[in-house]
Design a protein around this ligand. Structure first.
Ligand code: FES
Length: 196
């Protein structure tokens, strides 16, 4: 009898959450990661997903499933936002000219609000799910690491805006999905609405 099927994306999500959880248990200063799953019906329809970010503390990341893909929502700290300028010379496409994002996220922080980053957690090389590696992970990532994401499959590194570092196999920055702020606390992922 064949084993129960777990689709690839779901497996990646579980892996990402588990990996980040492992990091979280390693040090108190490391962000906590949590996940949100839409209803089966919404998932099947590929419907936009409403996310309440009011409980997301500075430095925390949550994973939301949209159209079968993990979407990350991270509340960036000032240090995380400041790191984006510092790493720009080391990036393949710091201005995100070649990457996929809506017009309102084509800026130096790749976001509507600098403190809230929304991006797809799927590596642009071969589709693995990168892991959160905070600035505290220097021993593993190198002395010049200021925090971001690391893809364990072939070593691509991304900053806190999902922009890929030079020399990585991933060719493009992580995509930013369409999204709309319904209020300060609620983001609709998967849909552009007028005024977004
Ligand atoms: S899939 Fe991420 S580096 Fe290859």
């Amino acid at each position: 009898m064949s084993e129960p099927k777990m689709d690839k994306t779901r497996r990646a999500l579980v892996a990402a959450t588990a990996a980040a959880g492992a990091v979280a248990s390693a040090g108190a200063a490391v962000p906590f990661v949590w996940s949100m799953w839409p209803s089966e019906r919404a998932r099947a329809a590929g419907a936009p997903v409403e996310v309440d970010v009011s409980r997301l503390a500075p430095g925390e990341l949550m994973v939301v499933e949209w159209r079968g893909k993990p979407v990350w929502v991270i509340r960036r700290t000032k240090d995380m936002i400041d790191s984006l300028k510092m790493v720009a010379p080391r990036l393949t496409d710091p201005e995100s000219r070649a990457s996929a994002q809506p017009p309102y996220a084509k800026n130096e922080v790749r976001a509507v609000k600098p403190e809230i980053m929304v991006m797809e957690g799927v590596c642009t090389h071969l589709g693995c799910s990168p892991q959160l590696k905070p600035a505290e992970a220097k021993a593993e990532m190198g002395a010049d690491w200021v925090g971001g994401f690391y893809c364990p499959c072939h070593g691509s590194k991304f900053d806190y805006a999902g922009r890929v570092f030079k020399g990585a196999p991933a060719p493009l920055n992580l995509p930013v999905p369409p999204h709309t702020y319904l209020s300060d606390a609620v983001i609709l992922i998967g849909e552009d609405r007028k005024g977004a």
